[in-house]
Every structure is written in structure tokens, then in C-alpha cells.
Design a protein around this ligand. Structure first.
Ligand code: HEC
Ligand code: HEC
Ligand code: HEC
Ligand code: HEC
Ligand code: HEC
Length: 236
């Protein structure tokens, strides 16, 4: 009777895996060498001069090793998979250049348990929730009334508004918040006190899309340039 020799079987699997690795590696390598031509959409406002590696750090090992590890993972010979090509973009990539001690909504705060429910709706623990890259815009959060997830119980002492915060909230006027307050508090400007002086919603929408900044150009902090970022890396 014909019986497959266990050694032959292993050689066969080895051969198939080898071919697979070759094919996948070929595609991955062609992809990588074409990295800058891959159409990923226009960079967001302010990021035209920033290189890909500022956000897409190379993952561990060379591409062939990554492919091999992932195939081993797929056939069950390895417990975990590894990142292909580049690591996932994380909060830390952004903070490298945008660490701002004055941020009124710092991402680290929202890991506190009391924000558990709010975070399910709007994950304020990471920048990418509201600033997804490669869309040629500034802010990508779909609605401007997301303040309601955290500020339901707001009470302002000696409220200076002509229509006070309490009334705005009772009326569910949640889109008005961003019409007076910038989100990060990074702009130097005078916050209006009258409803007639709020920024029109269309101008806010245009600002999100990449248009003129209605809060003005006078800021407390601006992002590190590519050169400043490299200098910082070298100092580490
Ligand atoms: C300011 C940070 C930043 C820069 C600079 C940047 N990217 Fe991205 N890129 C992102 C984010 C965020 C995503 C969304 C995917 C994610 O969350 O990992 C992404 C996604 C991608 C994707 C989709 C595949 C994937 O990993 O999801 C490709 C391809 C890509 N970027 C290529 C590039 C190239 C090429 C450059 C340089 C021209 C570049 N990126 C520069 C932040 C950046
Ligand atoms: C290598 C440095 C660098 C990295 C990394 C970086 N940025 Fe920037 N970013 C800049 C610079 C420089 C500007 C333009 C100056 C400014 O407006 O602060 C900018 C502008 C911006 C703006 C628009 C500011 C405006 O003018 O309205 C946003 C939003 C932004 N970055 C978010 C992010 C997010 C989110 C990440 C992470 C995915 C990130 N950045 C990663 C340097 C960087
Ligand atoms: C919950 C949504 C949200 C998150 C999370 C978020 N942002 Fe923003 N961001 C906004 C909105 C809305 C604006 C426009 C209003 C303003 O200018 O503050 C904005 C504006 C900006 C600007 C331009 C105005 C300025 O402050 O200079 C920068 C730069 C920026 N964000 C960077 C970041 C970075 C870096 C992170 C992560 C550390 C982050 N944002 C997290 C919503 C968010
Ligand atoms: C994920 C929760 C969360 C969201 C969403 C959120 N905030 Fe806040 N906000 C906070 C917390 C926490 C504080 C700090 C004060 C406190 O502890 O109550 C704060 C503070 C503020 C302050 C006062 C800052 C100061 O120091 O005087 C303003 C103004 C503000 N938020 C406006 C907004 C606006 C406008 C939006 C929507 C565009 C918004 N917030 C969305 C949680 C949030
Ligand atoms: C007409 C403009 C205007 C509108 C609309 C508005 N605010 Fe305010 N808000 C102010 C002013 C002015 C102050 C007091 C001065 C300051 O803190 O900047 C203030 C103060 C605050 C504070 C700080 C309170 C404290 O005790 O320090 C928070 C938080 C806040 N507003 C959140 C909101 C939220 C959430 C909304 C939407 C429901 C909103 N604001 C709508 C103008 C406005």
C-alpha cells in the first residue's frame, strides 16, 4: 500500500510554504518600493512637508521576516502575527510633534473610569478618532455636537452669556459649544458672550474641512517641523 512518508510530507509543506512566502514577499516588496506612489489621498492641513516615517515607523524585522512570521502564524506554527511593513499609527506619533501641556482636553485624561461610557461614543483617548489622515482635511469628526457626551452636567458660575449654558443645554443646543469654544484651547482669542456673535456652523464645517481658521492664527503652540522632529530624535 502507498503510504506518505512523514518526512516527505514535511518537505512538501515546507515547499508550499516557501512558494507562498516568495509570492507574498514579491507583492509586499513591489508595494514597498512604490510606497510614495500608493494613492492614499492628500495629506491633512499642515502635513505636506512631513515624511511618511514620522507616522509610519518601520515594524520589527525586514519585510521577508515579517512575511515569514505571518505565514507561520497563519498555519498555526506561531502564536502571534506581526505588523507588516509599518507599525500602526498611534497617539504617540502625534504627540511627538504635538505634545501640548495646555490642552484642555488632553487624551490621557479620558482613560479615567468616569469617561467609560463617553469613550464608547467618542474615543477621545486618541487623536485619530477626530483627525484621520490622508483626507486633505483638518478635523474628521462627523458631527460638531459631540460635546454632549461629556458636558451634560455642566454648570457655569456667574454665567456671562446672554443665553446661559444651562438654557443652551436644556434646549439641546449642542452645536453652539464649538461655535464659541475651540476644542483644545490652543487659540489666543476672546470667547464671545452673545449668541449673535457665535461663529456660523458653515464656517466651522469649512474649518474642519481645511478652510480658514475662525479662531484666528494666534496660537499658544504649533507642531514641530520635520527638521525639529529629527533634531529631537537625535537628541534622544
Ligand atoms: C501625520 C501622520 C501620517 C503621515 C505623515 C502619513 N500617514 Fe499614512 N496614515 C496615517 C494614519 C493615521 C492612517 C490610518 C491607518 C492607521 O490608523 O494606522 C494612515 C494610513 C495609511 C495607509 C493605509 C494603510 C494602513 O496602514 O491603514 C497607507 C498606505 C499610508 N498611510 C501611506 C502613507 C504614505 C505613503 C505617507 C507619506 C507620503 C504617509 N502615509 C504619511 C498617518 C500618516
Ligand atoms: C513630524 C511632526 C508631526 C507629526 C508626527 C504630526 N504632526 Fe500634525 N502638524 C505638524 C506641523 C508642523 C503642523 C503645521 C503647524 C501647526 O499648525 O501646528 C501640523 C498640523 C496639524 C494639524 C492642523 C493644524 C492647523 O493648522 O489647524 C492637525 C489637526 C494635526 N497636525 C494633527 C496631527 C495628528 C492627529 C497627528 C498624528 C496622526 C500629527 N498631527 C502628527 C507636525 C506634525
Ligand atoms: C474628540 C475629538 C478630538 C480629539 C480626540 C483630538 N482633536 Fe484635535 N481638534 C478637534 C477639533 C474639533 C478641532 C477644531 C477646533 C480647535 O481648533 O480646537 C481640533 C483642532 C486641532 C488642531 C488645530 C488647532 C490647534 O489646536 O492648534 C490640532 C493641531 C489638533 N487638533 C491636534 C490634535 C492632536 C495632536 C490630538 C491628539 C493628541 C487631537 N487633536 C485630538 C477634535 C479633536
Ligand atoms: C470625552 C469627554 C469630553 C468631550 C467629548 C468634550 N469635553 Fe470639554 N471637557 C471635558 C473635561 C473632563 C473637562 C475638564 C473640566 C472637568 O473636569 O469637568 C473639559 C473642559 C472643557 C472646557 C473648559 C476648559 C477650562 O479649563 O476652562 C471647555 C470650554 C470645554 N470643555 C468645551 C468643550 C467643547 C466645546 C466640546 C465639544 C466640541 C467638548 N468640550 C467636548 C470633557 C469633554
Ligand atoms: C456665546 C458663546 C458661548 C457658547 C454658545 C457656549 N459657551 Fe461655554 N463659555 C463661554 C464663555 C464666555 C465662558 C466664560 C469664560 C471662559 O471660561 O472662557 C464659558 C465657559 C465655559 C466653560 C468653563 C466653565 C468653568 O467653570 O470654567 C465650559 C466647560 C463651557 N463654557 C462649555 C460649553 C459647552 C459644553 C457649551 C455648549 C453647550 C458652551 N460652553 C457654549 C461662551 C460660550
Amino acid at each position: 500500500m502507498f503510504k506518505i512518508n512523514p518526512l516527505r510530507k514535511r518537505q512538501f509543506i515546507g515547499g508550499v510554504t516557501g512558494v507562498l512566502v516568495g509570492v507574498v514577499a514579491f507583492f509586499m516588496l513591489t508595494l514597498e518600493s512604490n510606497e510614495s506612489y500608493v494613492s492614499v489621498g492628500p495629506m491633512n492641513v499642515g502635513h505636506d512637508d512631513i515624511s511618511c516615517v514620522a507616522c509610519h515607523a518601520k515594524a520589527k524585522g525586514n519585510l521577508l521576516q515579517q512575511v515569514q512570521s505571518n505565514i507561520s502564524h497563519a498555519v498555526g506554527a506561531r502564536k502571534t502575527d506581526v505588523d507588516f511593513g509599518t507599525k500602526d499609527v498611534t497617539l504617540n506619533n502625534c504627540l511627538e510633534c504635538h505634545d501640548r501641556p495646555n490642552d484642555r482636553h488632553p487624551t490621557h485624561r479620558f482613560s479615567e473610569p468616569r469617561f467609560k461610557d463617553a469613550i464608547k461614543v467618542i474615543d477621545a483617548t486618541t487623536c485619530i478618532t477626530c483627525h484621520s489622515e490622508h483626507h486633505g482635511e483638518r478635523v474628521s469628526v462627523a458631527t460638531m455636537d459631540y460635546c454632549l457626551n461629556c458636558h451634560q452636567d455642566l454648570s457655569v458660575e456667574d454665567d456671562p452669556l446672554d443665553v446661559d449654558h444651562k438654557t443652551l443645554i436644556a434646549n439641546k443646543s449642542w452645536s453652539t459649544c464649538i461655535q464659541c469654544h475651540d476644542f483644545h484651547g490652543n487659540h489666543k482669542y476672546e470667547v464671545p458672550t452673545k449668541i449673535k456673535d457665535t461663529i456660523p456652523t458653515q464656517i466651522i464645517k469649512d474649518y474642519f474641512k481645511g478652510g480658514v481658521d475662525p479662531f484666528g492664527n494666534d496660537k499658544k503652540y504649533i507642531g514641530l517641523s520635520q527638521d525639529e522632529w529629527i533634531k529631537k530624535l537625535n537628541e534622544k
